[in-house]
Ligand binder design. Sequence first.
Ligand code: PMV
Length: 322
Amino acid sequence: MSTAVAQPNIALIKYWGKQDEKLIIPATSSISLTLSGFPTTTTVTLNPETDHDRVTLNGQSIPPEGTGRMRRLLSWVRELAGSQQHAHVTSTNTIATAAGLASSAAGFAALAKAATMAYGVEISDRELSTIARLGSGSAARSVYGGMVRWNRGYDHDSSYAEPLQWKGQPLAFVIVQISGAKKQVSSGQGMTQTITTSPFYEGWVTSNQELVQQAESAIEHGDLARLGELTELSTMRMHASMLGAHPPLRYLSGESFTVLDAVTELRTQGHPVWATADAGPNIKILTTAQECEQVYHAICERFGHLTIFTSAIGQGVYSTSG
Ligand code: PMV
C-alpha cells in the first residue's frame, strides 16, 4: 500500500489540443506554477484476490465506465512492473473540486506516484511525469513544484515535464471562483471540438509555441511583468481558439469578463496582477507573495458575493508512506 499527495497547477502558457489523443501528446509545450493549496491524497493498495481495479473517489465508489484513464495508467505501471495484480485506488480531494480547480492534475500526479511505489517501479521524476500525463495532460506538470515546463515532445518518452528556475520574486495566486459547477464540455471533448472545427486552431498552436519561448526568456530574467503579459496573451488566444469552434466553446461567463476588467484596473493602479482562466469561468490572478493579501482584499471588496481563495506556490508530488 502506498500513499502520495499532489497539488494542482495553473498554466501560465496554456496547453489546449493534442497531437496524439491516446498518449496525450500535446500540440504545444506549456508552462505552469504548482499551487501550495488544494492537495489530493491518493492511496494504491494491491489486491491479489481480484481481477479488476477499483476506484473510490471522495468516499464514493466509481463505476468502471468512469475510471478508464485511471485503469489505463495502472495497466501501464503494471506492465513496467511485470505484475498481474490489480489494485484498489482511494483518492480524496480537499476543496479543489469546489474551487473549480483542475483537481485532475493533482489527482493523476498523486496516482502515478502512489501506483509506481505500490508496484515497486523505480523511476525518475521525468518518467513519472510521462506516466501522470497518461491520466491527464496537465498532471505531468504537478509532479514538480514551482515553475514547470511540459515539453511537447513527439512520443511517450519525449513528452515530459521538468522544473524551471524562476529567478524573480516569490509568486502567489488569488483565485476567484465564479462557479463550482462541473463544466458542461470536458477539456478533452473541448480540445477535440476545437481541433476539428475551429479555423483559429492552427494560429493558436503556432503562436502559443512562440509564447513558450518568450516566457522562457522572461523566466530566465525574472521578468514578472513580461511573464504576466505573456500569460494573458496565451489565455486569450486559447479562448479565442475555443470561441471559433462549432458550436462555439464559451467557457468564460459575463462575470469572468467583469473580473478580468477589475484585474486590468488594479494593474493600472500599480498592482502586479495578471489574469488567467482555463476551461471554466473561474479567474486565477497571478501576483507576488508580497502583494497577495492586498490583492485578495481589493478583489473581495469588489466581488464579496464570490468565493475567493489565495494560494502560495508549492511543492511537487510526494509520498507519505514507505
Ligand atoms: O489536463 P487537462 O485535460 O485537464 O487539460 C487542461 C487544459 C487547461 O487547463 C485548459 C490548460 C492547462 O494547460 O492547464
